[in-house]
Ligand binder design. Structure first.
Ligand code: ATP
Ligand code: MG
Length: 263
């Protein structure tokens, strides 16, 4: 503007940093929701695929078992045993997947805990191998079937194994995950130990709270340990964090062997 002899300037400066950041955040969340919708559609589809796989797999296992009997003592015995073991492994992975995908209604029966643990590890096997994690499994043959809900227990243990994997991914050097089952009197004790960064005391104090998480948005909802505790306690068992280990994290689960009247 001309004001007498003077020329005056007026300018408006608006800082768009915050608006841009918000727009970026909205776009990121939209992308996340899109990704989650895609995953849940894929999950539903995979559920069907797993069911479909079950039938041919049981044919492979059944026929392999027959052949195994026929080929006892021959040169082919080793080959057929390998085939049978591989088919059993596929079947465990499919079963674990279906157990994870199933609705939450309780179904009680006898659960072969060692088989369940091996199945949960095989289910997570691809991710564990990808993260270069050495898995060390020691199952106690004294641990036979216990009363419980197979699918719920699978869910709880897979959650613990995924936690260990996530912790180890932040760790340099040799990464190990140790899974142990041990019969102690009328109880089974299962320990899941990783040599990751471990839990600081303030995390340990709140780890079982529903929705407590230290993970970034979209990476974890903080429900794994809360759900696991609910499941183990409804089986008459317990879950604790061993705070005596020097490094890493060790989760201790105890479950009753018998008459542990699962509610
Ligand atoms: N093995 C572990 N090592 C170190 N910290 C762990 C381990 N397991 C759990 N935590 C800590 O406990 C918190 C709670 O675990 P929880 O499994 O309940 O939830 P989450 O893993 O964060 O999310 P979600 O299980 O729902 O994906 C984690 O965010 C993590 O900080
Ligand atoms: Mg978790």
């Amino acid at each position: 503007m001309q004001q007498g002899q003077q020329r005056v300037y007026a300018a408006f400066i608006r800082d768009l940093t915050e608006r841009r950041a918000m727009e970026a955040e909205v776009a990121r969340q939209r992308e996340l929701i899109h990704q989650q919708e895609k995953l849940s559609a894929l999950g539903a589809l995979l559920g069907g695929v797993a069911h479909e796989l079950n039938n041919p797999l049981s044919v492979v296992i059944g026929r392999a078992a027959i052949l195994q009997d026929v080929l006892v003592g021959t040169d082919e015995e080793r080959t057929i045993t390998k085939l049978r073991e591989a088919a059993d492994r596929c079947s465990r992975i499919v079963r674990t997947f279906l157990a994870m995908a199933r609705d939450g209604r309780p179904r009680h029966g006898q659960v072969d805990l060692n088989d369940l643990l091996v199945g949960a590890l095989e289910f997570a096997g691809y991710d564990l191998r990808n993260a270069n994690i050495l898995v060390n499994t020691t199952v106690d043959p004294e641990v036979s079937a216990i009363p419980g809900d197979h699918d719920q227990l699978v869910q709880a243990f897979v959650g613990l194994i995924i936690n260990a994997r996530q912790a180890l991914e932040r760790q340099d050097g040799v990464r190990t995950l140790q899974v142990r089952s041990q019969r102690i009197g009328a109880k089974v004790r299962i320990t899941i130990t990783d040599n990751g960064p471990g839990m600081p005391a303030e995390v340990r104090a709140r780890a079982f709270e529903p929705f407590f998480t230290t993970r970034a948005f979209g990476e974890g909802g903080g429900s794994g340990l809360a759900i696991a505790r609910g499941i183990f306690e409804s089986h008459g068992g317990a879950i604790t964090i061993d705070d005596t280990v020097a490094d890493g994290c060790s989760i201790v689960v105890t479950l009753p062997v018998g008459k542990g009247e699962a509610r």
